[in-house]
Design a protein. Sequence first.
Length: 178
Amino acid sequence: MSGAPSDRPPGAGEFRRAMARWATGVSVVTARGPDGDAGLTVNAMLSVSLEPPSLLVSLHRDVDTLPVVERSRAFAVNLLSHRQQELSERFARAVPSEEKFRGLPVHRGVTGAPLLDGTLGTVECRLVSATPAFDHRLLVGEVVRIELGADEAPLLFFRSGYASREADERLRLPASRP
Ligand SMILES: Cc1cc2nc3c(=O)[nH]c(=O)nc-3n(C[C@H](O)[C@H](O)[C@H](O)COP(=O)(O)O)c2cc1C
């Protein structure tokens, strides 16, 4: 631990720096709406329970995909492989949904959500609850279908960037960091 303990609540910058030390996988959450497909890159995802299988994703209240998920009451979590950084970048852009899906090979799941090809797997969920949490909404989904893809290395997000291989420079920590 570094620095003397302080009563001052941490700010956003300090919190971001702490979270940058937490490695996550990267997924694309997709849903089908009446006006077409929607999707965004998400690393705030965790499994909730095994019985029943369920998971949680945390979406910012202003993202375009949120109303589509809430209206269709379903979503899919597409787990990205180390080969799919471009997809993560594509679905993180603030562009209209049609643009994100343009020319992209997808197939349909049982929920109607678009499932991206070439992922490590896809977990389709029925939306169980949507709980406000500050500027985010915590969406809990009960898993209705799983599709497993190639058993490859995942795309990782760590230290505010992508890390796709164990040998990646980003994962090679210096002996000591301030
Ligand atoms: C690696 C990475 C992880 C992200 N994780 C989340 C997340 O967990 N929740 C979220 O709301 N946005 C997250 N974002 C930001 C959204 O992908 C981004 O705001 C997107 O443009 C929203 O798309 P939409 O408005 O079309 O739904 C993440 C972005 C990146 C690059």
